[in-house]
Design a protein. Sequence first.
Length: 136
Amino acid sequence: MLGANEGSSINKGFLFILAFLILSPLSLIQSMKNISYISLTAMFSIGLALIYIVCTDIQEINNPTFDKNLIWMNIEGIPYFFGIAMFMFEGNAVATEIHHQMEDAPNKFTSALGLALTITATMILLIGSLSYSAYG
């Protein structure tokens, strides 16, 4: 679990407040042009996180630790699930704004959306399968 190390000196409450202070002003930005640099930074960060996940999965597959304490039901992870689920639906609100601002939207939007969903589904399946192979 993230932040579960006994020697961790970073408090979760501090991280929550820091994230709140950074993200609250960003939620007031209304123009897509102004938010594009922030979105690019977020996409770069997500890419780095996915690379880290793939590398740790490959390392776990090659050198398994076998010290897994399997718990039948862990309700502590439910807030993480809802956070991830809300993040996945974030694109629904942005898609209409992108469609509105696209030139030649009827011809290009459907193919661009189909390509984006295909890439996303492929990445989810590949990384999910790799992580399941690594951690069960």
